[in-house]
Design a protein. Structure first.
Length: 50
């Protein structure tokens, strides 16, 4: 197991199928814009402003 994760990735291993679709990027950006994290003392509240 250690040998699998200790090697550095080579650029030859990255294929074209690893590139995200435009709609996936748009979804993540829209979600991050709508997410609000509120700190109250030692608590964190997450609110999705949608």
């Amino acid at each position: 197991m250690q040998k699998m994760y200790s090697e550095t990735p080579r650029s030859g291993h990255v294929g074209k199928n690893m590139v995200p679709k435009g709609e996936t990027i748009k979804f993540l950006l829209d979600y991050s814009k709508a997410l609000s994290v509120i700190d109250y003392h030692k608590l964190k509240f997450e609110a999705l402003l949608n």
